[in-house]
Design a protein around this ligand. Structure first.
Ligand code: AMP
Length: 616
């Protein structure tokens, strides 16, 4: 049976994170590998396995063509990943990440979870929000609410300051997106005043600047262009991120990439140094690009920058010194360090989950729509029906009419964005309203209504006012998945959940086997002299077999042989404790040995999770 607890999920471009409320406080849930965040990476092995999270990220260098990263950037688009002839939508890939988060949470809590609040960048449009909701559904989660990441961060920041009155600015620069939101917090009411951002600006772009620089350095010294060498680029990508992170604390970072490629003259290496000054120069345009949304948000909120009481930094990329310097210069004050930039969003999502469950009552969240909504009108113009930064939920109705005499059907093209020309905005849906009684142009009155729910998701309807008949409309989402597709993917995901369980069990067995080997070696070394040699020999034989099975990565043998090692180790232990060199090994079954195994080696297995998670 599912628990009635609701989890908060930060489904990030680079990393994802899960939190839950425990006794009135949000806490982060560690994943299966023991980490507090999970890389948003999905990889497919040639053997047909799916590796999600750290295991997927680790093998990215050797398996770049089958490793998918930063899929969040493609949410709500028609982008597809094709591997082994199977095409996967961004929703499906995101669902795979969500499935892992769900399974890890269930393992951690020891109960089934079926409900979640998922965060999205404030600047996500309707298609991207719907895609996120679909991903949750595919993963078997009832997505109770989609909330904006900066708003979630503000909740995490403000939960302990409910009696304060403050204007806060959330500056959220993650792996792939940049969001700015301004909120007023008064007596537990969190009111978003304005939100702005850039869906395609984040840490990945800083990495790319370093990759481009490395490619040109390499080209200059060897004459070789690495741009199309997938494996080399993946190594550059990994190094670029490490270098960038190092430059957040160090003034320079050494780059050693041996055997990057080879030509007739032999192997070619990249050995160079990137200084922080050079890095700042390479990425100045990216830091500069954060200023426009910042100004926009302040403008929309009608505030001067000296009216901001606290600046909250969220997202890993806010650790870049040049980013912090820019904020300091812009506001003339230090940004607040009171929330953890990697965890604030998930913590806030858990708080929102608790608000929905009715467990937190003294908090009210008033969010806004990030982009204006409207329709295409004569001449391809965009006519706004609901302006951006309107508090949600909200609705708006506008009358339209026909352009031709005797016209009996109209197409209403719904768009979202700030541009005046319809084609420059994001197309959300097309409504066909048929059966309008024939009349001269301009006479029929067709009312189009937009309803925006608390998730920021848009619902549309149309009505022919004159005939008094409510006509049904057909909504064709211009991108994304149909409900039927979601259902098919849901089924597929559930099937894969079984395969994932098998994989999880294999990893667990491997972790256990490795811990058992270490324990056997320690015991023999420490006490081997004290007992009859046959006990030690038996352990050593069993140990060798387990090590062989580990080396050949045979899951069945690992499980079977570690049970054998367990039994011999128990016999050895018994001989040690009895102090009797002649004690006879007791015949034991695998079942007999299991309760003991859970005691000590279970703990060790947990400690060794990080290394053994490398198993693929
Ligand atoms: P998030 O989406 O919030 O998990 O942020 C991930 C991004 O933050 C990635 O691009 C990381 O490379 C970047 N990041 C994490 N730690 C640091 C750091 N210390 N310095 C610079 N960038 C970082």
């Amino acid at each position: 049976m599912s628990s009635d607890r609701i989890i908060g999920i930060d489904l990030g471009t680079t990393n994802s994170c899960v939190a839950i409320m425990e006794v009135g406080k949000p806490v982060i849930i560690e994943n299966f590998e023991g980490a507090r965040t999970t890389p948003s990476v999905v990889a497919f092995t040639r053997a047909g396995e799916r590796l999600v999270g750290q295991v997927g990220k680790r093998q990215a260098v050797t398996n770049p063509a089958r490793t998918i990263q930063s899929i969040k950037r493609e949410m709500g688009t028609n982008y597809r990943v094709t591997i082994d002839g199977a095409s996967h939508s961004p929703e499906q890939i995101s669902a795979m990440i969500l499935q892992k988060l769900k399974a890890d949470t269930e393992a951690y809590l020891g109960e089934k979870i079926s409900r979640a609040v998922i965060t999205v960048p404030a600047y996500f449009n309707d298609s991207q929000r719907q895609a996120t909701r679909d991903a949750g559904q595919i993963a078997g989660l009832d997505v109770l609410r989609i909330i904006n990441e900066p708003t979630a961060s503000a909740l995490a920041y403000g939960l302990n300051r409910l009696d304060e009155h403050a204007t806060v600015l959330i500056f959220d620069l993650g792996g792939g997106t940049f969001d700015v939101s301004i909120l007023e917090i008064t007596d537990g009411v969190f009111e978003v005043k304005a939100t702005s951002g850039n869906n395609r600006l984040g840490g990945d772009d800083f990495d790319q600047s370093i990759i481009d620089w490395m490619v040109s350095e390499f080209n200059a010294s060897t004459g070789i262009d690495l741009s199309d060498d997938l494996m080399a680029i993946q190594r550059l990508k990994e190094t670029a991120e490490k270098t960038k992170i190092e430059l957040s604390t160090a003034m320079s970072s050494e780059i050693h990439l041996p055997f990057l490629t080879a030509d007739d003259g032999g192997p070619k290496h990249l050995e160079t140094v990137l200084s922080r000054t050079k890095f700042n120069e390479l990425t100045a345009h990216l830091v500069e690009a954060t200023l426009d949304p910042l100004r926009q948000a302040l403008d929309d909120a009608g505030l001067h920058n000296d009216k901001i009481d606290h600046i909250i930094l969220v997202g890993g990329s806010t650790r870049i010194p040049a980013v912090q310097d820019t904020i300091r210069r812009y506001f003339g004050k230090e940004p607040s360090k009171s929330v953890n930039p990697d965890e604030a969003v998930a913590l806030g999502a858990a708080i929102q989950a608790s608000i929905l469950a009715g467990d937190v009552q003294d908090v009210l969240l008033l969010d806004v729509i990030p982009l204006s909504l409207g329709i295409e009108t004569a001449g391809g113009l965009f006519t706004r029906v609901i302006e951006r930064n309107t508090t949600i939920p909200t609705s708006g109705t506008m009358p339209f009419t026909t352009t031709e005499d005797g016209q009996t059907s109209v197409e209403v093209h719904v768009l979202q964005g700030e541009r005046e020309i319809a084609a420059h905005n994001k197309s959300l849906a097309k409504f066909h309203l048929a059966g309008i009684p024939a009349a001269p142009r301009g006479v029929p009155k067709i009312e189009v209504t937009f309803d925006i729910d608390a998730d920021g998701i848009v619902h549309c309807s149309a009505r022919d006012y004159g005939s008094g008949i409510k006509h049904s409309v057909t909504i064709q989402r211009s991108t994304g998945l149909s409900p039927e597709e979601v259902e098919v993917f849901q089924k597929e995901a559930a099937e894969f959940a079984d395969a994932d369980k098998v994989l999880r069990e294999q990893i667990t067995n491997r972790v256990h086997a490795e811990a058992l080997c270490a324990e056997a070696e320690r015991t023999v070394q420490k006490y081997g002299e004290r007992v009859e040699k046959s006990f030690v020999d038996k352990v050593m034989r069993a140990l060798d077999l387990v090590k062989e099975a580990l080396a050949s990565d045979n899951p069945d043998e690992i499980k079977q042989l570690s049970a054998g090692l367990d039994v011999s180790l128990l016999d050895l232990g018994r001989a040690i404790h009895s102090g009797n060199r002649s004690v006879q090994p007791k015949k034991k079954t695998v079942e007999d040995s299991q309760p003991i195994e859970l005691g000590e080696s279970g703990q060790q297995a947990k400690g060794s999770n990080k290394e053994t998670a490398n198993f693929d």
